[in-house]
Design a protein around this ligand. Structure first.
Ligand SMILES: Cc1cc2nc3c(=O)[nH]c(=O)nc-3n(C[C@H](O)[C@H](O)[C@H](O)COP(=O)(O)OP(=O)(O)OC[C@H]3O[C@@H](n4cnc5c(N)ncnc54)[C@H](O)[C@@H]3O)c2cc1C
Length: 407
């Protein structure tokens, strides 16, 4: 269907702030349906270490629906069919994706910059898609209480980008939600995460694993020649860890993950250890006239479960499904924008509650310095037949999987 000939009025325009998973997916879907879209990304490329690397079965299903799955999986990646944790030296299978009703029954581990490059390259095939790398939104254009576009700093100086709809996909520190003074509810988080790299060697485990013992929780993500290491700590304790010195830090890692013992000396400076603060919060109002926030901009997710990217992508699909017709006929109202929040909110809030519950358990685990045994409830749960499939469904699909709608 040629959308441009079936509508009498020219379509509304959309400016998306942020080229993360939510922004690129939304830009792709709107441009594919004929809505002129400009995506602003403040960085010059997608190459950033702190992004998660997980592409979940429900996201892979979206790519299947778009006819892009095979092409994506031709890129280097590894496939994780389930998640395990080594708790006090004992391996516990936490989830299994092998029974999911999807074409790809695994989590694809792929550096997020590869995924975003892939999706934005595919989006650039649509004439309505424009991406501006190195353009940083600094504020919103507003007229009589309505957002009418974005003010951005570009390599050539400041510009104004007028748009019928502005979508804030600019993550946890979103300028969009700050500029619009949208109200925020914060859960509070008792943990932070240290982010560092350690070389991989032949014979190391392929899949992502969590290691728990002696008051520490370490996650290893396989990035081929190195592990991306996530080291959970109680909130605000990084200065104490630094004070104890690098050798103590290295020994702490070796104690939990003994096979790393011959290479922790690589961490020879605190510059190699980044502190990432974890947030879990959500806007109580995702939109106002002319502006909508989605993804982490509307609800910052914790890394727990590795599900934030999936949720951000599902927000983008739901937004495209709910708004495309109104954008194409230039009939977008505040009511349409509110529908996005009404439709997605309960799945997001329930997922955040599950993350907050997991934080409490993790905080308890981090307060123990003795050798740990898996807590009894966890041992019982992991022995219930079907638990790993249920957990696989929650992690792999999310509470409200979305599907691509064609217009
Ligand atoms: C340490 C850590 C590890 C995580 N690991 C995982 C994981 O493994 N799997 C998982 O699913 N989730 C993970 N998460 C959560 C996940 O990162 C987020 O939920 C997800 O990235 C949200 O996607 P988004 O597109 O909404 O926002 P983001 O991914 O944050 O993208 C926002 C984009 O907007 C850009 N931007 C920001 N401000 C501006 C501006 N003013 N102008 C222009 N551009 C701007 C940013 O550069 C960025 O590219 C992790 C979170 C943390 C903190």
């Amino acid at each position: 269907m040629d959308v441009t000939t079936t509508h009498r009025t020219p379509p509304a325009t959309c400016c998306i702030i942020g080229g993360g998973p939510a922004g690129i997916m939304l830009g792709f879907l709107l441009a594919r349906s004929g809505v002129p879209v400009t995506v602003l990304e403040k960085h010059k490329d997608f190459f950033r270490d702190f992004r998660g690397d997980t592409i979940h079965p429900s996201t892979l299903e979206l790519l299947y629906e778009l006819g892009l799955l095979e092409k994506l999986l031709a890129l280097p990646h590894s496939q994780v069919t389930g998640l395990s944790a080594i708790v006090g030296g004992q391996r516990m299978v936490m989830s299994d994706f092998s029974h999911l009703p999807t074409h790809a029954k695994f989590v694809a581990l792929m550096p997020q910059w590869d995924f975003l490059n892939f999706l934005s390259t595919e989006a650039s095939r649509f004439p309505n898609f424009t991406i501006r790398m190195g353009w940083e939104a600094t504020g919103l254009l507003q007229q009589n209480g309505v957002t009418t576009g974005v003010v951005a700093n570009t390599p050539d100086g400041p510009v104004e980008i007028p748009a019928t709809l502005t979508v804030g996909c600019d993550g946890r520190h979103a300028i969009s939600r700050q500029a619009a003074h949208l109200p925020l509810f914060d859960f509070g988080v008792p943990i932070d995460i240290l982010w560092l790299r350690i070389a991989r060697q032949p014979g190391d485990p392929e899949n992502a694993l969590g290691y728990v013992n002696y008051g520490r929780f370490i996650i290893l993500i396989n990035r081929n020649d190195y592990f991306q290491v996530g080291y959970l700590i109680p909130k605000d304790t990084f200065p104490q860890i630094q004070q104890a010195g690098l050798p103590a830090f290295q020994q702490g890692i070796e104690r939990i993950v003994p096979f790393l013992a011959n290479r922790t000396a690589e961490i020879d400076s605190w510059d190699k250890v980044k502190l990432l603060t974890i947030q879990v919060n959500h806007l109580t109002q995702w939109s106002e006239p002319g502006l909508l926030c989605i993804g982490d901009a509307a609800h910052a997710m914790s890394p727990v479960g590795g599900i934030g990217i999936n949720i951000a992508l599902q927000d983008a699909v739901a937004t495209a499904n709910l708004l495309t017709e109104a954008l194409l006929s230039n009939a977008l109202t505040e009511h349409h924008l509110r529908q996005v929040q009404q439709y997605r909110e309960s799945a997001v809030h329930n997922t955040q509650r599950a993350q907050v519950f997991a934080h409490r358990i993790l905080r308890h685990v981090l307060s123990r310095t003795d050798p740990i045994q898996a807590p009894l409830p966890l041992r019982i749960l992991t022995h219930i037949p079907g638990f790993k499939y249920l957990a696989g469904r929650f992690i792999g699909m999310g509470l409200q999987p979305e599907h691509i709608k064609n217009f």
